[in-house]
Design a protein around this ligand. Structure first.
Ligand code: ATP
Length: 143
């Protein structure tokens, strides 16, 4: 069988479609680390963490935010089922900055008083989401 030259990318959340496109290459924030995918990749299923994803079409790069989920990788198709996701262009910068401030205050408060590990983890993840969104949205302003 011929090696495919493109990847059909289906990127969705339970609420909406994020990207349906034909791409040349992509990178995902896998639980075990960032994972680069080119056409012809070995089939695999990967868990996704909070992180930045990108894909390339020709010489153009596109970026997105992923907050947990799964990706099914096939030689000619990648399906991303993210719990939460946004394209870089759709990230509300002020909202992410406000979320970062809130998360920092929350993290400082939970660090000062005895709390459950769950409180700490919730605050840590909120901060990680905010920082990652700010990082992803930076690409739209530097393009
Ligand atoms: P916030 O406190 O601002 O709601 P959050 O990190 O708690 O931030 P999430 O639980 O990750 O928010 O996401 C809830 C919903 O809001 C999702 O649909 C997500 O796509 C959207 N969302 C969250 N932050 C932003 C943002 N800065 N820009 C655009 N959409 C966002």
């Amino acid at each position: 069988m011929a090696i495919p030259t493109k990847i059909r990318l289906e990127f969705v959340t339970p609420e909406r479609a994020i990207v349906h496109d034909e791409v040349d290459e992509l990178q995902l924030p896998g639980e075990e680390g960032f994972l680069g995918v080119l056409p012809g990749h070995t089939p695999m299923l990967v868990g996704l963490k909070v992180g930045e994803m990108w894909y390339r079409k020709g010489s153009e790069m596109f970026y997105g935010f992923v907050g947990f989920g799964f990706a099914e990788i096939l030689p000619d198709r990648v399906t991303i089922l993210a719990r939460i996701a946004e394209k870089a262009d759709d990230i509300d910068l002020e909202r992410a900055e406000a979320a970062k401030r809130r998360a920092e205050e929350h993290l400082a408060a939970v660090s000062r008083s005895p709390v459950t590990d769950m409180d700490y983890e919730r605050a840590r993840l909120a901060l990680l989401r905010a920082i990652t969104r700010l990082q992803v949205s930076r690409h739209t302003r530097t393009r």
